[in-house]
Design a binder for this molecule. Structure first.
Ligand SMILES: Cc1cc2nc3c(=O)[nH]c(=O)nc-3n(C[C@H](O)[C@H](O)[C@H](O)COP(=O)(O)OP(=O)(O)OC[C@H]3O[C@@H](n4cnc5c(N)ncnc54)[C@H](O)[C@@H]3O)c2cc1C
Length: 302
């Protein structure tokens, strides 16, 4: 690792050592991450991955950490954050399009669209992740999802160090799924969204309406990763969990939210292990009772 640190210093790539995992994920759990790296340019990104690949250094790509849990033992490798690629701007070739860096927050993207009278991203305002993370998992809410508004993205191939454009039709989008989930060597660097003209006041009103719905139904006062499970076909995960009698069920500091059973929350002092155990318990009970397999949406980083 010392040689890697020297490489980062020489190349001028921003980094931090031994970062508390609790600061990197919305669940506020996890051990220390050995190095957090924040490349600013495509050149730095290419140099970084060339080094990581050649030296076989374990690495993960981080968005805003709102759908991951870092293990209690921490991560003894490099967590690459694209937070420096966070520009959001109108596409000079098409004023109905916005180009956003992978590290921009979905909230900022939605607000920028609203300010510019562009409609289509209202659903994204309350999703706390990054643009890259949103494209990766085809994030969605209230009937909207990324696949409906993404035109294309500029993708970085970590194994080859190349950048290329992937059109929406090639993203293999489906419910909470994209081509990037099956091709972990690809990182979304920028995304272009194609939107419709709209009235900023109406867009704002829609965003406020969605926000009020979230506040009323979700346990936003506790750390979590949002909905813990994907929606199983023909069911709602929260309803199945509630009907299995698991509302409020607690393991250590992790609890099935009493407000919304679809959320596992950190009631205080939860560990990554508590969350993992609770997820496994819920899956077992729901399977036993309803013969439905719940697929966990959260990714556990070991
Ligand atoms: C309170 C709360 C509410 C939520 N509500 C919703 C909701 O309504 N709808 C919804 O869909 N989700 C929701 N989520 C979950 C989460 O915000 C989304 O899944 C979001 O898209 C994750 O983005 P992220 O940047 O945090 O990704 P991270 O958690 O950092 O990473 C998740 C995965 O994405 C990959 N990834 C991140 N950036 C890139 C990139 N640039 N290129 C390729 N892969 C990348 C990572 O490697 C990792 O595998 C909610 C979460 C919370 C905490």
């Amino acid at each position: 690792m010392n040689e890697f640190i020297n490489f980062l210093k020489i190349t001028g790539i921003d980094f931090e050592e031994n970062v508390d995992g609790k600061k990197l994920c919305s669940f506020r759990v996890g051990g220390s991450v050995r190095v957090l790296v924040r490349p600013k340019t495509a050149k730095q990104l290419a140099a970084l991955y060339e080094y990581l690949n050649e030296n076989e250094i374990k690495n993960i790509l981080l968005g805003r950490g709102t759908n991951i849990v870092i293990s209690d033992g921490g991560f003894d490798g490099a967590a690459v954050s694209l937070s420096e690629l966070s520009s959001v701007d109108i596409d000079i070739n098409d004023e109905n399009c916005i180009i956003a860096g992978a590290g921009a927050s979905m909230a900022n993207l939605a607000l920028f669209a609203c300010e510019n009278g562009l409609s289509g991203l209202e659903f994204a305002h309350g999703i706390p992740g990054s643009v890259g993370g949103g494209v990766y998992m085809n994030a969605g809410a209230y009937g909207g999802e990324i696949s409906q508004v993404l035109k294309s993205c500029l993708v970085f191939d970590k194994s080859r160090g190349t950048l290329f454009v992937v059109e929406n039709s090639k993203c293999d989008f489906s419910y909470r799924h994209s081509v990037f989930m099956d091709n972990k060597h690809l990182a979304v660097a920028f995304a272009t969204f194609e939107l419709n003209d709209g009235d900023p006041d109406e867009i704002k009103a829609k965003m406020d309406e969605y926000k009020a719905k979230r506040v009323a139904s979700q346990p936003l006062e506790y750390p979590s990763a949002g909905s813990t499970f994907k929606r199983p076909e023909g069911h709602f995960a929260g309803k199945l969990i509630e009907d299995a009698g698991l509302k409020g069920y607690t393991i250590g500091g992790a609890q099935v939210s009493e407000k919304h059973a679809g959320f596992v929350i950190n009631r205080g002092g939860a560990t990554a292990e508590d969350i993992k155990d609770l997820v496994a318990h819920i899956q077992k009970k729901v399977k036993e009772k309803f013969d439905v397999s719940l697929e966990c949406e959260i990714e556990f980083v070991e």
